[in-house]
Ligand binder design. Sequence first.
Ligand code: GLV
Ligand code: MN
Ligand code: MN
Length: 397
Amino acid sequence: MGYEEMWRDLLPIGRVSGGGYRRFSWTAAERECRAWFAEEAGRRGLTLEQDRNGNLFAWWDVPGGRRDAVLTGSHLDSVPDGGAFDGPLGVVSALAAVDLLRERGVTPVRPLGIAVFAEEEGARFGVACLGSRLLTGAIDPVRARALRDGDGVTWADAMAAAGHDPEAIGPDPDLLAGIGCFVELHVEQGRALETPVGVASAIWPHGRWRFDFTGQGNHAGTTLLPDRRDPMLPFAHTVLAARDAATRHEAVATMGKVRVTPNGVNAIPSAVQAWLDTRAPDDAAVRATVADIRAAAEKAAREHGVEVALAEESYTQVVDFHAELRDRIAATLGGPPVLPTGAGHDAGILSAHVPTAMLFVRNPTGVSHAPEEHAEPADCLTGVEALADVLENLIAK
Ligand code: GLV
Ligand code: MN
Ligand code: MN
């Protein structure tokens, strides 16, 4: 099955009106993506395995066994109304790179694996890179099992409903020990890359925090303004404070998800739950930004007679990718641009355990996590060639 056919089969899965994707973990759309991957792996004679955490692997094995393997791949889940490339480009390119390596007659001396990591976006259960965090022991399985989606369904229940044993989740040192390095290809998500392909230097530190504003639900018509304890007001202050703090600390801060209770036009809300995503080039700037936003939220809450609580839901330290692997890849590709990113990736989680690198494919508009995300077909093919060159260099020697 050729490159275009892979996209032809994958692109309709989970696409919603408006052109974006909703491929949330353990839903029908994501299950279809997994089935698509299984089929593509099968067509190539790769050995498909699912680990205890719901991550998929397709292996091109060698006689010596699963030692010092070269792993590539990415993820197939999406943010709400996400683009076509964030995640899938790394998986499709990996499968296409295998085809190219075989056309070239490459005989691997190291096993080559293609990974599809589960819940990379954290769109359904809140913690990004959940599959790779579980694999590497970066999250307690007890906490992971209890993570809930917006309808109150736990990771454990969703996984069990999909036919997998949630009691088995957790670190997998044997699987990790067999991986020699990981190279993830990904669409670039800003406007920083001006050539078709680049190499990652670092991932900014980033985290997610949840604000719980609790006030008093009441009648929108009969409650006098001085009598109100409206949690929407300190929430609104907090949104603006996030923008100000990010500007001050040269960070970025986003409040893109909010849940209002009861969410009625003619009812003062009783509660507002809102999520903050903050990122910056260094840890101190992230921490200072969040501290300022928290102070602003607490002040506004006091002024409006509202309670506020802040919880850190996840945090990822700065990732500086493996210098030797990065340099080897850059040399293989003839000196492409090397650039950092503010986006999180499973590569960032794995980098604490195995030498890890990333290739980026140019994104002409820089739009990502939105239906308009785009990469030119010619750049994508250049990405496949680049990935094949890198993998050939790694598996054949
Ligand atoms: C994942 O794409 C993230 O950066 O949040
Ligand atoms: Mn993403
Ligand atoms: Mn991604």
